[in-house]
Ligand binder design. Structure first.
Ligand code: IPM
Ligand code: MG
Length: 343
């Protein structure tokens, strides 16, 4: 029998603690022989000790074959070091350079677009996940005075850009669109375009389309079905992936994978955050966490199981057996059960 795969589970904060157990129930129902270890990194630990995830815990978590993460964020903590101790540390520590965010409309009624003809969307946003405007580099001068200057570096390396673009081409079904802002940010745009041209030449079977980031946002809303894979810089990708999530039904159904295709390491977390306004009420939508679990099993090589999960989520939503945000009336755990029944 094949070796059992280990999944480290970090429910985290807020609704993460409600939706992740549903995702784990789905994974268990698939009977793939996965083993789970739960890790209580998060706000309570940070408030008590100043450390959201001590080194020993981090070492244990990153040894797993995959990491399932709920959400990190707590209204009691304003210190940006908090989320960095978990999110940025995992993304950068494991060099998870591709943030993969598929957005597929599972039911027509979830689309915010009024024109039915234009609603279909099945796009995979590939967001560069280790550099760009998120490199954390920069400086502040004359802090607190009227002369204050704040510089946030936009860091783009040839290796960093070319590897994420190459990954995008590798998963494309028909096209890769690359969005940048070279007319206003020529240094970064120049490098992105050079890497894009090189990758396009290596993949003549895939169409290559270049767009300005602002035009890309507009086209996504006007003609979402024209997109296949969309690759872009970290901060642009953060924004575009929210637009795509909205077009596909909202954050309640938006999954996300942070992966390093060379090492096979991966952190799987829904796009949504900890949603403190609805946490603890049993109303959070588990669909995004469950679709994220599908990305996790796909990553571990269980493509057929992943498809079963996506089908089950789609069927439950179409039957309106879902939470209130999507027009149903079920609680978090009832919505999870409605999906498990359909597996
Ligand atoms: C996301 C979130 C994070 C990000 C925040 C919480 C730092 O918006 O995963 O999309 O921008 O990466
Ligand atoms: Mg975001």
């Amino acid at each position: 029998m094949a070796e059992r795969r280990h999944v480290s589970v970090i429910p985290g904060d807020g609704i993460g603690r409600e939706v992740i157990p549903e995702a784990v129930r789905v994974l268990e129902a698939l009977q793939l022989g996965l083993e789970f270890e739960t890790c209580d990194a998060g706000a309570e630990r940070f408030l008590a000790s100043g450390q959201a995830m001590p080194q020993e815990m981090y070492d244990q978590v990153v040894a797993a074959d995959a990491i399932l993460l709920g959400a990190i964020g707590d209204p009691r903590i304003e210190d940006p070091a908090y989320s960095a101790q978990v999110l940025r540390r995992l993304r950068n520590g494991l060099d998870l350079y591709a943030n993969v965010r598929p957005a597929r409309l599972l039911d027509d009624r979830l689309s915010p677009l009024k024109d039915a003809e234009r609603r279909a969307i099945d796009v995979i946003v590939v967001r560069e996940n280790t550099e760009g405007l998120y490199s954390g580099q920069g400086s502040t001068f004359h802090r607190g005075s009227e002369r204050e200057v704040a510089i946030q570096d936009h860091y783009n390396s040839y290796t960093g850009v070319s590897r994420v673009i190459e990954y995008a081409f590798g998963i494309a079904r028909r096209e890769v669109a690359m969005a940048d802002k070279w007319n206003a940010m020529p240094h970064a745009g120049g490098l992105w375009q050079r890497c894009f041209r090189e990758a396009a030449a290596r993949h003549p079977e895939v169409r290559a389309r270049h767009l300005m980031i602002d035009a890309c946002a507009l086209h996504l809303i006007h003609n979402p079905s024209s997109f296949d894979v969309l690759v872009t810089e970290n901060c642009f990708g953060d924004i575009l992936s929210d637009i795509c999530a909205s077009l596909a039904g909202g954050l309640g159904v938006a999954p996300s994978a942070n992966v390093n295709p060379s090492t096979s390491k991966g952190v799987f977390e829904p796009v949504h955050g900890s949603a403190p306004d609805i946490a603890g009420q049993g109303v959070a939508n588990p669909a995004a966490a469950i679709l994220t679990a599908a990305l996790l099993v796909q990553h571990l090589g269980f493509a057929e199981a992943a498809e079963r999960v996506r089908e089950a989520v789609g069927a439950a939503i179409r039957a309106c057996e879902c939470t209130r945000d999507m027009g149903g009336s079920l609680s978090t755990s009832e919505a999870g059960a409605a999906i498990i029944r359909r597996l």
